[in-house]
Design a protein around this ligand. Structure first.
Ligand SMILES: [Zn+2]
Ligand SMILES: [Zn+2]
Length: 241
């Protein structure tokens, strides 16, 4: 009986059947099985701190990469679901730039898988993410950043609250266009913790789409540490390095 059907679902599945966001084939979700199977979960041995793939076959016991031997971070651990390769690049770009927010649940499922492998036994009090400047200035639900939408979906499926306790207080230039030194200056005082009492001595899971140079996530981790957060676990969908 038509009147017993959810009309939205009816319209969605008959008039506009979902197509795979990567290859355009009609499929049950927005990612077909073929494209999904090409997205490889980063399941190999990674550096215990930064999550970088450890490729040294001659030293299978090594758990810390060469960079982390000399580096100290504000965050406690970093892990990623996948390497930054096609087709996850395509999905992330459509989610982020074309605002294909219907991909959020699929991407949240990827983060859940990585969370369960790496952080399931950790005590994590809340989830947070990287805010947009514009998204914070206009507070309707339609101008959330893509990461705030993803954080909400992840929060529902791993049952850890999303606090949205970080605010971006000024605009910044695109990090990719700047050298190492300018990237650091670009982010100076760009983020603030809204309510330091909420992060005080808490462990949190800070999520982002891609780990590239890490400047933004490092900067946010450092202001969270100044706000007396305890352990900061970083989780990204993909990593470029
Ligand atoms: Zn496909
Ligand atoms: Zn490392």
């Amino acid at each position: 009986m038509l009147n017993n059907l959810n009309i939205t679902e009816f319209l969605k599945d008959t008039i506009i059947p979902p197509i795979c966001s990567v290859c355009g084939k009609i499929c049950a979700e927005f990612l077909c099985q073929n494209c999904n199977s090409r997205i490889k979960f980063l399941d190999e041995t990674v550096c215990q701190y930064c999550g970088r793939l450890i490729t040294s076959k001659n030293n299978p016991g090594i758990k810390i990469c060469t960079l982390c031997k000399n580096e100290t971070y504000s965050f406690y651990r970093l892990r990623s679901f996948s390497l930054y390769k096609e087709p996850i690049v395509n999905l992330i770009q459509k989610f982020k730039y074309k605002k294909y927010y219907f991909l959020s649940k699929i991407l949240a499922g990827f983060l859940k898988k990585a969370y369960e492998k790496h952080f399931n036994s950790e005590r994590i009090d809340y989830i947070d993410t990287v805010p947009n400047y514009a998204a914070d200035r206009q507070c309707s639900k339609y101008c959330k950043s893509h990461m705030q939408i993803l954080a909400e979906d992840l929060s529902k499926i791993i049952r850890i609250p999303f606090l949205n306790n970080i605010i971006k207080i000024r605009n910044t230039s695109k990090q990719q266009k700047l050298d190492y030194y300018l990237r650091k200056i670009n982010l100076n005082d760009a983020f603030k913790v809204r309510n330091c009492l909420l992060s005080h001595e808490k462990n949190l899971l800070l999520i982002d789409d891609v780990w590239t140079t890490g400047s933004t996530l490092n900067e946010i981790s450092s202001i969270l540490k100044k706000a007396k957060a305890n352990k900061i676990y970083l989780l990204t969908l993909a990593r470029g390095a």
